[in-house]
Design a protein around this ligand. Sequence first.
Ligand code: GLV
Ligand code: GLV
Length: 330
Amino acid sequence: MKPAIYVTRLLPEVVMDRLREYFMVRVNPHDRVLTRKEIMKNAASCDILLCLLTDTIDGEIMDVIPNLLGISNYAVGYDNIDIKAANARKIPVCNTPGVLTETTADLTWALILSVSRRIVEADRYTRTGRFKGWAPLLMLGQDVYGKTLGIIGAGRIGRAVARRARGFNMRLLYHDQQRNSELEKDSGAIFCSLPDLLSAADFVSLHIPLHRDTVNYISAGELQTMKRSAFLINTSRGQIVDETALLRALQKKWIAGAALDVYYNEPALTPGLTACNNLVMVPHIGSASTETRTRMGLMAADNAVAIMENRKPAALVNPEIWDCRRSIRS
Ligand code: GLV
Ligand code: GLV
């Protein structure tokens, strides 16, 4: 008999087909996020859980799935999964790094250009019939070309964003816990402290993972350190930025603007945010291209198959437990 996989949301058809080759597949029948109770009930008899970044998976959920041999997350970020709890239960957890890097970097650039050149505002203006003719002072934004880009987080996505800056002849600064010679080599980025980056950059772009130490990484103090002409871009995780402080910064013009793909309590938005004209907002679509969502799904499927076949998955988040992982029922 094939092992059982529970998929918490319908994925692209080629991914579902791949999963059916190897698994008895059960999938969330609704076009919405499942409640915690529903996951507990529906996934109870599965061997592998394939979940999304919108599913919070903790020890209690792991415990109601007695045969759980592995968790495959359809995302590169895995802050939705309690890794400590998985380690304690010797459950391997996988993610989808690499395949969404360029797509997320593309979106970051779309946001940089949109917020600096007021694209979304200008679109609203045009489509509501307010465009009465070319005017010297109409919708003036700020140049991107030749400016300074500050990248926080020198991982795969941060580096991909940096590579794209070359065409815009930008000065590149970056901050991370340690220096990254690859980034310095391929983009000429200069390492600096967080305050130095914040006070010098015209665009500050966030590419760090969310964990206990990075919650509210950008808060009132950091926003006040930024230039009044600068823009903040967040395509990482909402809780990296204190959204209440950001709202104040946008209202009081501590910074020129911001562009967000992710939110503190998404999909809920801090009240007041939508009234800010100097804010571009998109609904967590960093990896949302047809090609990349398929690649992510196939990678999540391959990770699941590897666990079932006792092969170390390509993208194992907790390799330290692999050698003492739960074994397949005999
Ligand atoms: C998207 O936010 C991801 O982590 O894959
Ligand atoms: C703008 O449209 C210009 O021709 O300068």
